[in-house]
Design a protein around this ligand. Structure first.
Ligand code: FES
Length: 56
């Protein structure tokens, strides 16, 4: 599933980012560009991030 349409970031990419050690939206924004365009994906990305962290 694509989380951030503007930057073509999938749920899988966020999983990989968490596996690589990222733990916050700020890091996802800086490293992947999530939410840097229209910002509509912010709450969805946050949700995915939290799920990843919980299952890590
Ligand atoms: Fe992520 Fe637009 S969908 S910034």
């Amino acid at each position: 599933m694509i989380v951030c349409v503007c930057n073509n970031i999938s749920e899988g990419k966020i999983h990989q980012a968490v596996d690589a050690g990222m733990t916050s939206m700020a890091e996802l924004r800086e490293q992947l560009g999530v939410g840097t365009c229209c910002g509509k994906c912010h709450s969805c990305a946050k949700h995915v991030l939290r799920e990843c962290l919980n299952s890590a």
